[in-house]
Design a binder for this molecule. Sequence first.
Ligand code: DGJ
Length: 478
Amino acid sequence: MVDDAPFLILGGELHNSSGSDLGYMEKNVWPGLRRLGGNCYLTPVYWECMEPEPEKYDFTLVDGVIEQARREGVRLILLWFGLWKNGNSSYVPAWIKTNPDYFYMHGIDGKMIESVSPFCEEAVDLDQRAFCRLMEHLRIMDEERTVIMVQVENEVGIWMNPRDYGSRANELFYREIPEEMAELYGASGTWEEAFGVNACEYFMSWGLSRAVGRIAEKGKESYNLPLFMNCVAMGLPLRAGQLPSGGPLPRVHKIWRKFAPTIDLYGPDIYSPFYKEVSSDFASANALMVPELSQDKNSASKALFTVAAYNTICFSPFGIDGLMTPLSENDLLAQMNTDLNVPQPCSGELLAEAYRILRMMWPDICKAQEEGRIYAFLQQNEPGAEFILDDYIINVTYGDGGMRGFMGQAGHRKEDAPIGGGFIIRQDTSRFLVCGLSCNVQVNPKYAEQAQVFVLDKREIRCTEEGLVPGRILNGDE
Ligand code: DGJ
């Protein structure tokens, strides 16, 4: 709820460095976002910029980006890049980095990792103090509530190692488990005795959730905004050591909820091909919020699917400011950057259209969800999807035929087509509203030998400023 009304966040997360230069934001970010037409964007607050010297705070960037967002008529979600950003401590102020009193995690090989240990209470205290100042500042300067949520830290967890092997961590790991963990799981003994194969992951979840819990609690006391955390989520059967250990995956939410109770929500960052598995895992753990996913030609299909399948509260591809960049600049970026964050042509336009449709159809989607009349689909490896209803079977097959209706004759070659994705709303027993791309939908009889289905009327529906209006009669090739 925002301003006492339901609010579906259709936006995106900015590249990590965009918000560190207000001039860059004006020139390179807002023009593209205007064309995208999202309603809320996720952007970092950098601890090193906000507290360049101990207790000397500088809110220039925070205030500047909030003012820009107000002018653009959009909301913001701020990402606190404090002690941990992707498990590392790259954004902590220099005066902490150069002070050896604040100790770092160690890997199993004994080497130090560029990540402050969650067991370093003194460092956690400093982060808590800074985060608290940020929240106080927002409470005072943001009466309009341009900022609607805050993410505490970013993708916490230790990479490539099952746990922290520093001396303080070792000392704690070989002790009896703390009483609260014993009560939570009805277990006893050392971490290994109590939790066996899960010992390292539970230990790191405990350490990190206590640290983040302390930071979040004070911040929330200062200003009661919803707080959430993002999480590396691959949908693969991997354990701590192969995945960042201790991050808030659903399998350790019990620990996170106990030790960080002021965190309202945990959301997955989905860069894995197993989008459906990850989103369903998190949707059964709490309300689904997708703060990051790879932004590419498939973002639009995923947006349609995610809102229809899970009534997600947030859909936000990462690096969104790159999505609407003119093609020539994209080409340049693509040469320099081989990672996932370089979009393909037209991805931005597709996503803008998907957002427009979703915004307009959201009340219908919500009603259909309540009444169990909505069927969402997304292509991964399968050739299609099947939905068995009372009287019919709906068959969805994936391919780029559906593409034309969505984009006009955009001239995509078959191999450039996005994956199939979308939803079907049953309007009454024999009327269906289909919204999707790269898909073909057929309504077939449930019992083929007893009945046939012929189509009475097939209409295009267009999303206009006035609402959904009937378009062409699609009775031929189209
Ligand atoms: C996940 C992180 O949370 C983001 O800040 C960004 O680094 C992306 N990965 C890059 O793909």
